[in-house]
Design a protein around this ligand. Structure first.
Ligand SMILES: *[C@@H]1O[C@H](CO)[C@@H](O)[C@H](O)[C@H]1NC(C)=O
Length: 469
């Protein structure tokens, strides 16, 4: 998958100044959920701003280590890593004041780097169960010249040109292959506290640089260095720039980029991570060379989702950023804003399928289609340029069919039975392509079909469990 290949090439460019050290990369092929959740900073309540969250499906508004271990699936590839990782979502700010979420390129790429530390005789430990931390601050709006500020950066991606220097704020020019945010977590632990009131003081950066040098005496235990990259398709908005400034803002109202921050909530099998730290020594970061860790394929990680449960729109065109997040420019620090009547309730899960029970059709599930050239529905097929599930159901219904399937944004299949045996139903996450006719509804995927069925008797959307296989 080009996303990962390109990311690793870029990594060599980033790190060429450092002596070679072993590392391994955990790819996360897609977000688990994008909503106002942050169980570290805002446990139990809606968080201040929208995050894009990757990792184990045990994720919730209140988290502990045991919950990570209940994950039924994982949007990251390492089976032994049920951690969650999150950063703020990115939005395009239109000239008329509206906002639109910028789609991510994949989910994230997490680097685990065995940075040697002379002060610990080279001993690097896995963070323990229950460990969590954050890096960076959403209130920053300028380069403060500190190690913490410089632990976060942006790459303006252009795969057809030599790399340009990374920046601490948003790139100011158009980036043909998108913008990659990079957050390096601190790696020196106080050895005692799994967390701290500010979620930072139990950790410190090494004394020379964010990724180098001995740990300070106050934080003498060296943990594995964790570095997260998230890339957005900002190039999809290249023809919508206006004025003399780049038009992207983070979900917390930051048009500068300096407020980028990352969160890590440990969900590793700690023994496996320690074995990986002790034995994996690939200089190119290839996790398949790291025997203690086992990988799962992208279609399984893509399929893993958690349904949103705050009843507010976070995607499509928005009048304002979700939560209370007016734009706050720098260079002074931003401050907390309240009183904008943003929803605070955590409600029932919001389904990713369209509820058509009022017209006598129900959701069946998402499944693989066209495996070995065999179509799940063989009655008829139509391309619908403004397709929604409802329009496809109407087409199939009018033609006398009892099952309708939406695929690849605009393809509508009809039939009366599913070809062969009932195909394996996959998690809804494989059917999350936006509909050609409505970007707020989902219309299947590439090679994945979202099935709706005419109700016989009771109309009840079937609730397939999210399963990894
Ligand atoms: C604002 O501009 C965008 C992009 O041109 C457009 O799609 C959107 O509908 C506009 N919003 C409003 C409220 O006019």
């Amino acid at each position: 998958m080009p996303f990962f290949k390109q990311a690793s090439l870029a990594w060599m460019f980033v790190c060429s100044a450092h002596p070679s050290v072993a590392f391994f990369k955990v790819p996360c092929s897609s977000p688990l959920v994008i909503q106002r959740a942050d169980p570290i900073v805002s446990p139990g309540v809606a968080s201040n701003h929208v995050h894009t969250i990757m990792g184990g499906s045990g994720f919730g508004f209140t988290m502990n280590y045991d919950m990570t271990q209940t994950s039924k699936c994982n949007s990251c590839s390492a089976i032994e890593d049920k951690s969650n990782y999150w950063v703020a979502a990115l939005y395009y700010h239109a000239q008329n004041g509206s906002f639109h979420q910028v789609p991510q390129n994949g989910g994230a790429l997490i680097y685990y780097e065995q940075r040697p530390d002379p002060s610990t005789n080279g001993k690097i430990v896995a963070p323990p169960a229950g460990f969590r931390m954050i890096a960076g601050s959403p209130f920053d709006r300028s380069d403060k010249g500190t190690i913490e500020t410089h632990a976060r950066s942006f790459a303006c991606l252009n795969y057809n040109a030599p790399g340009t220097p990374q920046t601490y704020g948003f790139p100011t020019t158009k980036c043909p292959n998108g913008i990659r945010a990079q957050v390096y977590f601190p790696s020196c632990w106080d050895g005692v506290n799994l967390d701290s009131p500010d979620h930072k003081s139990h950790m410190a950066y090494p004394t020379q640089d964010y990724d180098n040098g001995p740990c300070p005496a106050t934080h003498p235990v060296r943990i594995i260095s964790i570095f997260i990259e998230v890339t957005w398709h900002t190039e999809q908005f290249d023809d919508m720039w206006y004025g003399d400034k780049q038009p992207f803002v983070f979900s917390f109202g930051d048009p500068t980029g300096y407020g980028i921050h990352g969160d890590f909530l440990n969900g590793w099998d700690v023994n496996v991570l320690q074995q990986a730290i002790d034995t994996c020594n690939d200089g190119g970061g290839d996790i398949t060379q790291c025997a203690p860790i086992h990988m799962q394929p992208d279609w399984v990680t893509d399929g893993c989702i958690v349904e949103r449960s705050i009843d507010e729109q976070v995607d499509g065109w928005l009048d304002a950023l979700p939560g209370c997040n007016p734009i706050q420019d720098g260079p002074g620090d931003a401050h907390v804003v309240t009183g904008c009547n943003a929803p605070t309730q955590i409600g029932q899960p919001l389904h990713y399928y369209t509820d058509l029970t009022s017209k006598g059709w129900q959701w069946m599930g998402c499944t693989r289609d066209n495996v070995g050239g065999v179509r799940v529905l063989t009655g008829s097929m139509a391309g619908i340029s403004d397709m929604t599930p409802e329009k496809c159901v109407d087409v199939c219904n009018a033609a006398g069919y009892s099952i309708a399937g939406v695929e690849n944004q605009h393809e509508c299949f009809c039939g009366n039975s599913l070809a062969g045996d009932m195909p394996t139903v996959t998690p809804m996450g494989n059917c999350l392509m936006t509909c050609a006719g409505d970007e707020l509804q989902n219309c299947g995927g590439y090679g994945f079909i979202g099935l709706y069925q005419k109700c016989q008797g009771n109309c009840n959307n079937l609730q397939y469990p999210v399963v990894p296989h």
